[in-house]
Design a binder for this molecule. Structure first.
Ligand code: SF4
Ligand code: SF4
Length: 322
């Protein structure tokens, strides 16, 4: 489901823009990591250890970078982007600098309120993505934020009722294989979409949540269930069928294709430096950055890697239309 602000006719200029960007080998998706600070304490990510002093070096505006890259999709992410009080201003400036872009935010949701969501929406967002890996207090424990899952599940339908486009970002890992389909059904009942990715230990070396051994059969069953859900109901899961079908291949170590994420997707950090993906070191500042070639790396199966490899199937168009 795309934003209610986004009309079917927008697909025409967006398709032209996609072709233009690909011909010029420019990124289609740009993630602005507006801060690396975070007030959660996840065991699989060390961003929350970023010192508070880092705030002093964060860019005051991402508008010039947005104008220069002018991609199709812009994400405001982190760290936790809502730690920046000036986030609505950052969004507004970017929306003005690159108006033909689909703009989203990724947040853990612990500081999201109806008022803040509406302020961001008015500033020019099309979608708000909230991380949610479990429907119960296991999510609170994993993120180190008491009451988080209940808060998200209460707030999301309120925001949907006010016309905002909400999606859950859900990471498939060892201990939520039985929870993902119920989460997708719950999201659908709330009018919320779901964007799936798969756990990697590349962020900080925490191998505890890797899917292995007897869990692989459960993963196969989950993938079959997700594809069956998509066949019945499009517009809830934003991942392509292809991405979902490939998950077991990656988990079993059978995926050997080079990663194209840096070709189509880049991350621009809080100080303006570019990375090919969230888990690689910074390269040049965005003003000097020249582009990335595919790389032989198999460390993750984030959507930015998997969807960059996905062929344009008929089902993908059906997803967009749905
Ligand atoms: S995974 Fe997200 S919420 Fe957790 S510490 Fe990292 S940036 Fe914060
Ligand atoms: S597979 Fe691609 S997106 Fe994933 S860590 Fe490697 S370079 Fe980054």
């Amino acid at each position: 489901m795309l934003s209610p602000r986004f009309r079917l006719w927008h697909m025409i200029p967006f398709a032209a823009k996609y072709a233009w960007l690909r011909v010029r080998r420019r990124p289609v998706v740009v993630h602005f990591e507006v801060t690396m600070r975070c007030n959660a304490s996840c065991g699989f990510c060390d961003y929350w250890k970023t010192p508070a002093e880092a705030k002093a070096t964060e860019l005051a505006s991402f508008a010039d970078a947005a104008r220069r890259f002018d991609p199709m999709l812009i994400t405001f992410t982190g760290g936790e982007p809502l730690l920046r009080r000036d986030l609505p201003a950052l969004v507004r400036e970017v929306a003005q600098a690159a108006p033909l872009t689909y703009r989203t935010i990724i947040t853990h949701g612990g500081m999201l309120t109806e008022a803040r969501a509406r302020e961001l929406w008015e500033a020019g967002l099309h979608q708000i993505n909230i991380s949610l890996d479990y429907l119960d207090e296991r999510h609170d424990q994993a993120r180190g934020i008491p009451g988080l899952s209940a808060r998200i599940l209460a707030l999301a339908p309120t925001l949907v009722k006010h016309g905002l486009n909400i999606r859950f970002n859900t990471v498939i890992k060892d201990d939520n294989l039985d929870d993902v389909l119920p989460l997708v059904h719950r999201a659908a009942s709330l009018g919320v979409g779901v964007n799936l990715s798969v756990y990697t230990d590349f962020k900080n070396g925490n191998r505890a949540h890797l899917i292995r051994g007897e869990q692989l059969a459960k993963l196969d069953a989950l993938v079959a269930g997700l594809l069956a859900f998509k066949a019945q109901r499009r517009g809830v899961l934003s991942n392509s069928d292809w991405y979902i079908r490939q998950i077991p291949r990656w988990v079993r170590g059978e995926m050997t294709e080079p990663c194209r994420s840096g070709e189509t997707t880049v991350h621009i950090g809080p100080t303006g430096n570019v990375r090919r993906c969230p888990d690689f070191p910074e390269d040049a500042h965005w003003r000097e950055w020249q582009g990335y070639a595919p790389i032989n790396c198999d460390r993750c199966y984030y959507a930015c890697r998997g969807e960059a490899q996905a062929p344009l199937e008929v089902n993908r168009l059906r997803d967009l239309i749905a």
